[in-house]
Design a protein around this ligand. Structure first.
Ligand code: PXL
Length: 269
């Protein structure tokens, strides 16, 4: 069985980050080892959350794994609690040379940095992206990574320029999410030296916390199961759409009912 190590927070209520990555990756028949970056009472979409920063634990935990000679097939990152953790992930990576890194640069949405993120965070995240095989930013995170203003309704040419600038950070491939075009929602996928591909599908007009984390987990799981990048991103988009269709809009901060959709992941392999 393949083994993924995922580095992200444990938000104890409000399904996102580890509480979605663990079940999703497991349902795809991949072992999911976890390196928690912080423990929060809820994600930051609820007011007044607690946060225990685990920066002091990340490298000791990784060094312990290393001392056991553990084999990893991939390392993925999600929400990191501060800029120092971006550097720590880079150090952790050097303990496991040759293991592909998948970075979801979780920083913001709708043109804004998430509450509690320091202004210097995007630059630290951009340095981590340089080490990645694949990065999975949404449009807000893409703009923050390349230091440009958030583009409202970018056209094809602008999107292609953004993809090129993201690749210039140093990663091998980009999956750019959250591209809205009328009633459609899409992703753009590009690998260095190749043409970009755009995949659009009908948009489910609901917005829920944690769907970006579900998208990343399914994409990374699909890649580890041998899918190509476009097929992996499309499988993830379709899974998120199914979860959104089943979601009750009054439960927005609690996340989507992905649990009942998990069998679809196994069937899709
Ligand atoms: O879903 C992204 C995410 C992950 N982790 C924490 C968050 C958020 C988004 O708000 O607050 C702690």
């Amino acid at each position: 069985m393949k083994r993924l190590a995922t580095v992200q927070d444990l938000s104890c209520l409000g399904k996102c980050s580890l509480t979605v990555a663990l079940p999703v990756i497991s349902a795809m028949g991949i072992e999911c080892a976890v390196l928690p970056t912080a423990v929060l009472s809820t994600h930051t979409g609820f007011p007044g959350n607690t946060c225990l920063d685990l920066s002091g634990e990340l490298l000791p935990m990784a060094r312990h794994w290393h001392s056991l000679g553990v084999h990893l097939d991939g390392i993925s990152t999600g929400y990191l609690a501060n800029a120092a953790q971006c550097q720590q992930v880079a150090e952790l990576l050097s303990l496991f040379p040759g293991v592909p890194l998948f970075v979801d640069p979780v920083m913001g949405d709708n043109g804004k940095l998430y509450r509690g993120m320091a202004p210097e965070f995007p630059r630290a995240m951009a340095r981590l992206c340089a080490r990645a095989s694949v990065i999975l930013p949404n449009l807000t995170e893409a703009a923050l990574l390349i230091g440009r203003p958030y583009p409202n309704s970018p056209d094809q040419g602008q999107l292609e320029a953004i993809l090129e600038e993201l690749l210039a950070l140093g990663c091998d491939s980009v999956v750019l999410t959250g591209l809205e075009q009328g009633d459609l929602i899409g992703v753009a996928v590009q690998t260095r030296g190749q043409a970009p591909a755009f995949h659009f599908a009908p948009r489910v007009p609901k917005s829920f916390h944690g769907t970006g984390d579900i998208f990343s987990a399914v994409t990374v799981g699909s890649l580890l199961r041998g899918f190509g990048l476009s097929a992996a991103a499309q499988a993830a988009a379709s899974f998120v759409a199914t979860c959104l269709q089943a979601a009750d809009p009054t439960q927005e901060p609690y996340g989507v009912p992905f649990e009942t959709c998990l069998p679809l992941l196994w069937k899709g392999l």
